[in-house]
Ligand binder design. Structure first.
Ligand SMILES: Nc1ncnc2c1ncn2[C@@H]1O[C@H](COP(=O)(O)OP(=O)(O)OP(=O)(O)O)[C@@H](O)[C@H]1O
Length: 296
């Protein structure tokens, strides 16, 4: 009989729906025990999942599962880079952008079934000023919202939408220089999104054409946005059809530098990172193995 595969599951008890589901029960009922030997650990603080994942890979766990949202996936996957260990995702966040992009079911029982099928492939990963990201990173309004969201006592989509509407009115674009494919572009910046996957989460597709295995970043520049254009853009994101000539301009590239006089806030996978006046963003082709449904 073939040896069983060890999986370490790392659960973030603070993420989205985490408290409402009995994960140990689901794993014992639905994970294929003839194929896998699972172990479940809980994070105790922000950043802990990266340490746990790195250690798991060193100890020889072949698969490390992130149970949480995009922040948890980001932390676990960051700990697995260069290790050869395979990422699994059991989505329990509020946005779940990478899971949605890869077609991983949001229903945990079905997501466990995908792990049982044990089909995986490599995806690209990105870095923004040395911070890894797997779905999207960005500077400007989206990062500003992530910084406000990080200090909000409530999470979830409703809180997020309330914050976006509240902050949109007073947010002002700033000037920056983007160095893209050898060309400097001086522009006002409302948002620059660096997309590896198509969406921010919650099916908000900021870069509908992004391909997670093409070795390229899809850069979405929004110079300024009034309320009418914002409604238009939001509808375009939700329907995966951002019209040509709309407020969003797209570029594909392997690396982009941004410089500015005034600091910009930045995020990686929706988690606020900090502020800077210089950014280096790049893509690392096919640098992370992930379990996902066949054909996705
Ligand atoms: N034990 C913990 N205590 C407090 N914070 C934690 C703990 N474990 C992880 N975190 C932090 O929780 C934050 C939110 O996690 P995550 O993004 O997975 O959930 P979410 O925000 O509900 O989902 P999504 O990003 O998909 O909307 C992350 O910033 C992570 O660092």
């Amino acid at each position: 009989m073939a040896a069983k595969t060890n999986i370490l599951f790392i659960l973030n008890p603070k993420s989205g729906r985490a408290s409402q589901v009995n994960v140990p029960d689901l794993l014992s009922r639905y994970l294929d025990a003839s194929q896998f030997t699972p172990k479940l650990v809980f994070t105790e603080y922000a950043g802990h999942a990266t340490e746990l994942a790195r250690q798991a890979a060193r100890e020889g766990f072949k698969i490390v599962g992130a149970i949480g949202g995009d922040g948890t996936v980001n932390e676990v996957a960051s700990g697995l880079l260069d290790s050869g260990a395979i990422l699994a995702i059991l989505p329990k966040g509020s946005g779940n952008g990478l899971a949605r992009h890869l077609g991983i079911p949001l229903n945990l029982r079905h997501a466990i079934r995908i792990i049982n099928e044990y089909h995986y492939s490599a995806i690209d990963t990105g870095t923004i000023n040395d911070h890894p990201f797997f779905c999207t990173a960005g500077i400007g309004f989206d990062a500003y919202i992530s910084s406000v969201f990080a200090t909000s006592r409530k999470r979830g989509l409703q809180t997020y939408i309330r914050l976006v509407l509240q902050e949109f009115i007073q947010f002002k674009p700033q000037e920056a220089v983007l160095h893209l494919n050898g060309q400097p572009l001086t522009t006002q910046v409302f948002v620059v999104a660096f997309a590896n996957a198509t969406q921010y989460g919650n099916n908000a597709h900021i870069a509908p054409k992004a391909d997670i295995r093409d070795g390229l970043l899809d850069v979405c520049l929004i110079r300024e946005l009034d309320f009418r254009k914002a409604i238009h853009l939001s509808l375009g994101m939700l329907t995966k059809r951002i019209a040509a000539g709309s407020s969003a301009e797209y570029f594909t590239t392997t690396a982009v530098d941004v410089t500015s006089e005034q600091p910009f806030k930045f995020h990686a996978d929706g988690e606020y990172v900090g502020e800077a006046t210089e950014f280096k963003v790049s893509i690392n082709p096919l640098s992370l193995k992930v379990i996902h449904p066949k054909g996705k």
